[in-house]
Design a binder for this molecule. Sequence first.
Ligand SMILES: Nc1ncnc2c1ncn2[C@@H]1O[C@H](COP(=O)(O)OP(=O)(O)O)[C@@H](O)[C@H]1O
Ligand SMILES: [Mg+2]
Length: 245
Amino acid sequence: MEPLLVLDAVDKHFGELHVLKSISTTVAPGEVVVVIGPSGSGKSTLCRAINRLETIDAGRILIDGVPLPEEGRALAKLRADVGMVFQSFNLFAHKTVLENVTLGPIRVRGKSAAEAKKRGMELLDRVGVANQADKMPAQLSGGQQQRVAIARSLAMEPKLMLFDEPTSALDPEMINEVLDVMVGLAKDGVTMIVVTHEMGFARKAADRVLFMADGALVEEATPENFFTKPSSDRAKDFLSKILTH
Ligand SMILES: Nc1ncnc2c1ncn2[C@@H]1O[C@H](COP(=O)(O)OP(=O)(O)O)[C@@H](O)[C@H]1O
Ligand SMILES: [Mg+2]
């Protein structure tokens, strides 16, 4: 199968800092890839490069065989094709939950209000917050807000969903309600790249784990192999730290 995403020797500096060091990998349609690694290893920069919130210095990023556009309408289209859910729930504070989910499809995808609303309610139902549709984001818990953020991304019918530590700002009791939604998406065949330290999610949903350290892609393995027999010392050291607390 043709890969949905190709990263080919992707390189990026922030001044002196070499933040992405010749990263190469591919993601197939329907694949779920978990990216794991110490803070500062370049995971967020990699996600941001994939929807071109950051430029790269060298290498290529292709989606469906097409290099990322530089600017203009093609870039807007790319942003719509690549959904992104961040750590902080960046919902529009002055719009209702349902409006948050329907705005993009109406403005960017050219859907009718009725169509967007119907689809929006289906997606809110899918993430378990349909009964909150008319509330304002601030009236929802963090876990509910993050589920709305996921529904909002899905409403754009993206080819690829990026999640950058989507549960790390949540109170512990809300983490699973968000992870459960993500496991459901994975089962439904949504192509996902997920930066997370949630081992349970990786074991349940990931096809592959990418381990990054110091800007390099150090290891790629199945979750089973990565967690039970990591091959690099960097990964062993990292896992010993996160698994013992
Ligand atoms: N806009 C920026 N300007 C300069 N340095 C940055 C910028 N964004 C991130 N960095 C640095 O790049 C490195 C990788 O950051 P990041 O991709 O956020 O790592 P991670 O998500 O793995 O914690 C870090 O050292 C960080 O301080
Ligand atoms: Mg990060």
